[in-house]
Design a binder for this molecule. Structure first.
Ligand code: SF4
Length: 272
């Protein structure tokens, strides 16, 4: 059972995969610009096609499931698509759709004014974001991870987040958390930091603002509250008590839940 849970923890979806591919390519392109390499949209789009093809094959062939085929890689390093794992019948079509969305995202980003202003700015004013270690900061003893896409202080301190999906009310909270990271890492004042959500699909849209002090405090409180809630449920040692985890009655998340194969949702036996 433990292995099964680990296996399911490694499942991803095409939507998440296309998002991470777009982020990786935009990040890589800006690293290239820093070293004097021009960004070419067609090359970026070709990279999307190649990466998605490779990931699709890995997942289709279930490489993650075979010690021999993994060749020393961990299962978590190999693509395991939810759409394959749960036997969707149209994965190839969905992968083509994911590629098209990713292409649109790249066209939106690389064709945007904000991209233009970044690539024509002084890279010395771009902030270093640790690529190897997942960026994090300390918030009153809590280690908080903040995966910032891009930050600079060309004109004023600015954090940019590329968004490959729809707009969510929580997006501004996420950006407020990034402003806390910038405070811890670069000593930027959150209420003087411009936060930019750049929505790339279905159409390009910018949400740029400087947060109010209350918004930033609310984001910090939210982290502390949710951490306390987790600590109250999860013992520091030993097994968690399953009675503390009743099955949800709201089934809207179930179709895309990676654990749906073990909780009883698949079989209709929903007794935990
Ligand atoms: S009840 Fe739904 S959300 Fe909860 S584990 Fe099962 S499939 Fe996932």
């Amino acid at each position: 059972m433990r292995w099964k849970v680990y296996e399911m923890r490694c499942i991803t979806t095409l939507a998440k995969l296309r998002g991470s591919v777009v982020h990786d390519i935009l990040g890589g392109s800006l690293r290239g610009v820093r070293h004097g390499v021009d960004v070419d949209l067609q090359t970026a789009k070709d990279s999307v096609t190649e990466i998605l093809r490779t990931k699709y094959q890995e997942s289709y062939m279930r490489i993650w499931d075979s010690f021999e085929k993994r060749q020393g890689r961990k299962p978590s390093e190999i693509c395991n698509l939810h759409e394959h794992y749960y036997n969707f019948t149209d994965v190839a079509d969905r992968t083509r759709d994911a590629r098209n969305v990713a292409w649109t995202c790249l066209e939106s980003a690389i064709g945007s004014d904000i991209w233009d202003s970044i690539v024509n700015s002084d890279p010395k004013k771009w902030m270093e974001i640790d690529e190897d270690d997942f960026p994090n900061f300390d918030l009153g003893g809590i280690k908080v991870y903040a995966n910032i896409d891009f930050a600079h202080q060309c004109d004023k301190p600015t954090i940019i987040d590329w968004k490959t999906g729809p707009k969510y009310p929580s997006d501004r909270k996420q950006l407020a958390v990034y402003s806390l990271y910038a405070k811890a890492r670069w000593d930027w004042k959150p209420t003087e930091t411009t936060l930019v959500a750049a929505y790339l699909y279905p159409e390009y849209q910018l949400d740029a603002y400087v947060p109010e002090a209350g918004e930033v405090e609310e984001a910090a409180d939210m982290i502390k509250r949710s951490f306390d809630e987790m600590l109250a449920l999860e013992p520091a040692f030993g097994n968690a008590d399953i009675e503390n985890y009743p099955m949800t009655q709201d089934k809207r998340s179930c179709e895309w839940c990676r654990f749906r194969g073990i909780c009883g949702y698949e079989t209709g036996d929903e007794t935990p």
